[in-house]
Ligand binder design. Structure first.
Ligand SMILES: C[S@@+](CC[C@H](N)C(=O)[O-])C[C@H]1O[C@@H](n2cnc3c(N)ncnc32)[C@H](O)[C@@H]1O
Length: 355
């Protein structure tokens, strides 16, 4: 007699999954691609309108339609409407600090070994781009504790994360302050599975990382310049508490495919950042060093001071590393934009309750 296989029970949808399905709703972000393949991202609002020199498209014409619909405005100009994927969202979302690019977030999840249920800490949260990938990877049953020293950035990240997950994520917690001070106050020693740092001077966090990371835990660093990479690698080696660091970068080159004209794209994002991964050794274990270490330095003391501990800490500024400064006005605007979806959904829900 043949046995009927047991049917898997439908699990509750993971957080944010329902907000990504079904017809367009108020508060959704929608990516409109026009006939010239220009892309605009809008947030659907009752009574809202999308204006261009090609005419007006009322949001009501989009609300209720399935994703992938093609909509014509009153002047006959057409738009293809889709919810942005996470990779589209992070590149178009309001931002203060520079975001981790999707290609690098993918590498961090894989090489940083971020898994469902993992207990992860990260800093700085910046605009929350990497936090979105980390939350998707740890899932509802995981834990992500993000640290950020600047409140304006934390506000932007909160808005962006709420927009992507359609509200607060159950696995997410954010704390203000310097990672190296706060993480040891808020997390038990050896209780964290994975650490991810994206900041100017991650070597300042070495002792804190060594304290909270469990033996075997993975520490991933994301830095934009070779001087930072060199300094953090030397600090990791010098501490003796971690495995030999691995360093790499990822280049992604798009291709143009059209009939017989098949070739690499002319333009690409040539540089974003370097990744450095290492693992926490058990206390009192001696790491296995690299097979061959450089014995004699062929660089000057001046060069060396740029990445060793006697270097003046105040010289590691965003400007010195070639990053742009941000005005308070720009940050306030980014925080307002990041929280737009949250405000629209709340106002809409309040209106519906009063009706
Ligand atoms: C490049 S941004 C991070 C971007 C973020 N990972 C993302 O994908 O959107 C660097 C952030 O680190 C923060 N930061 C720098 N040093 C820090 C520290 N010691 N503790 C906490 N945050 C720090 C800065 O304020 C800034 O927001």
């Amino acid at each position: 007699m043949s046995q009927t296989p047991e049917q898997p029970q439908p699990a509750a949808a993971p957080h944010g999954a329902d907000a990504r399905r079904g017809p367009f709703r108020v508060g959704d972000r929608v990516q409109l691609t026009d006939e010239k393949r220009r892309i605009n991202t809008i947030t659907l609002q009752p009574g809202g309108e999308f204006h261009t020199h090609k005419g007006v498209l009322p949001h009501e014409d989009i609300i209720g339609l399935p994703e992938g619909s093609v909509i014509e405005n009153a002047d006959g100009f057409r738009y293809q409407a889709l919810r942005p994927l996470a990779k589209d969202f992070v590149l178009s979302m309001p931002r203060g600090a520079t975001v981790v690019y999707p290609k690098d977030a993918a590498q961090i999840v894989q090489f940083g070994d971020i898994y469902p249920g993992a207990r992860v800490v990260e800093a700085g949260v910046g605009s929350g781009a990497l936090s979105i990938s980390l939350l998707r990877a740890v899932g509802d049953a995981g834990y992500l504790h993000s640290f950020e020293r600047r409140e304006e950035f934390a506000d932007i990240a909160r808005g962006n994360i709420s927009t992507v997950f359609g509200g607060e994520h159950p696995a997410w917690r954010i704390s203000l302050g310097d990672f190296q001070d706060r993480v040891v106050q808020l997390e038990e020693p050896g209780s964290i599975d994975r650490v991810v740092l994206d900041m100017l001077s991650p070597w300042e966090c070495l002792d804190a990382v060594a304290t909270v990371l469990a033996p075997g835990g993975v520490w991933t660093n994301y830095v934009s310049s070779v001087t930072q990479m060199s300094r953090v690698v030397e600090a990791i080696r010098e501490s003796g508490q971690f495995t030999e660091p691995e360093c790499f970068e990822t280049l992604v080159r798009g291709w143009h495919v059209d009939g017989l004209a098949v070739r690499p794209d002319h333009r690409m994002v040539a540089h974003t950042a370097f990744l450095i991964t290492t693992r926490r050794l058990a206390d009192a274990a001696d790491g296995i060093p690299k097979a061959k270490r450089i014995k004699e330095h062929s660089y000057s003391d001046e060069d060396l001071s740029a990445w060793t501990r006697d270097h003046d800490e105040n010289e590691w500024t965003a400007q010195a590393l070639g990053e742009r400064g941000l005005s308070d006005k720009k940050l306030r605007r980014a925080a307002r934009d990041a929280n737009q979806s949250v405000r629209v959904r709340a106002a809409h829900a309040e209106g519906a309750e009063q009706d």
